[in-house]
Design a protein around this ligand. Structure first.
Ligand code: GLU
Length: 305
């Protein structure tokens, strides 16, 4: 109990910092992220019984009381979120970031493997507290969830069987491409093909684009997970597999290659419930870790530079 109260006090002080400083968290290096761990830091003014600490936001307090931070992560993206099938152990940059957030809160961390199709449902239902799962920040998604400042930028590309002879965006004309449901991939590919001048783009509207109905120059088959797309590629059910390069890496086996083009920068951020205390906390921590070199070190450590 004493520990929880102490963590609460430290958090209150830290979450108030940007407010007290009268500035946004974006460019500041918050003391929060460089402060010693909650177990060591004496929060001097708030420790006295006479000063009532401001209450923690309800959602962060719940996590502290529960003693566990529940995080949605990928389980098959090397360097980001990868689970060893034998040991069950998770590794990767997003795993390390999740552990650091939990450590900061003084709680344990629990991972739930998510896909592009399940991650937002699990966040909306309250089954997980945040998502660190190669989740691209888009204007459309920002309407429904909060995202931190990006901690990594990837690109989209396309994986094919060498035997297909497909090498460029132009070679994908009239082909069927496997993508994950709920991902940015299909729209990114159509945009890139239009920009490259290999399809006309007549009828393309970024706001209403639907991979299920798009057939003008390229078409899509949507799957719930990436292993199934990889199997479909081997089986010839689809001619190509399109998603972020980081996700494709594990499926880039002998006899398969990336096409020459990579496109559509994908900025990954932590997603949280809109307007929540977690949003504010994650933003403060991520901007601090960007400023103090922690994120760069994690990128290097995980070989994803
Ligand atoms: N990063 C892309 C997205 O958020 C690809 C899907 C994924 O992360 O699984 O849509």
């Amino acid at each position: 109990m004493k520990m929880k109260r102490f963590v609460s006090i430290v958090l209150c002080a830290l979450l108030l910092l940007p407010v007290l400083a009268g500035c946004g968290a974006k460019t500041e290096t918050p003391a929060a992220t460089t402060a010693p761990a909650a177990t060591e830091a004496p929060a001097a003014p708030a420790e006295t019984e006479t000063e009532a600490p401001a209450p923690l936001s309800e959602d962060v307090q719940k996590i502290v009381d529960r003693g566990v931070l529940r995080v949605g992560v990928k389980n098959a993206v090397l360097g980001f979120g990868f689970q060893d099938e034998l040991t069950g152990e998770y590794t990767g940059m997003e795993i390390s970031l999740a552990k650091k957030i939990a450590e900061y809160l003084g709680v344990d961390v629990e991972f739930t493997a998510v896909t592009a199709a399940t991650r937002t449902e699990l966040l909306d239902s309250g089954d997980i507290d945040c998502v660190l799962a190669t989740f691209t920040i888009t204007e459309e998604r920002k309407k429904s969830w909060d995202f931190t400042t990006p901690y990594y930028t990837d690109y989209v590309t396309v994986l094919v069987e060498d035997a297909s002879g497909i090498k460029t965006l132009g070679d994908l004309v009239d082909k069927k491409v496997g993508v994950s449901s709920g991902s940015t991939s299909a729209k990114a590919l159509v945009k890139a093909m239009i920009e490259a001048g290999v399809i006309s783009g007549d009828g393309f509207d970024a706001d209403t684009f639907d991979p299920a109905t798009w057939t003008a120059g390229v078409s899509f088959a949507q799957y719930d997970d990436y292993p199934t797309i990889s199997t479909a590629l081997s089986a010839g059910e689809v001619d190509a597999f399109c998603v972020d390069k980081s996700i494709l890496a594990v499926y880039h086996t002998d006899g398969r290659s990336y096409i020459d083009d990579k496109f559509s920068p994908q900025e990954y951020g932590i997603a949280t419930v809109k307007g929540s205390g977690m949003s504010e906390l994650c933003e403060t921590l991520i901007t601090g870790w960007l400023a103090d070199g922690t994120i760069d070190a994690l990128i290097a450590e995980n070989g994803i530079a």
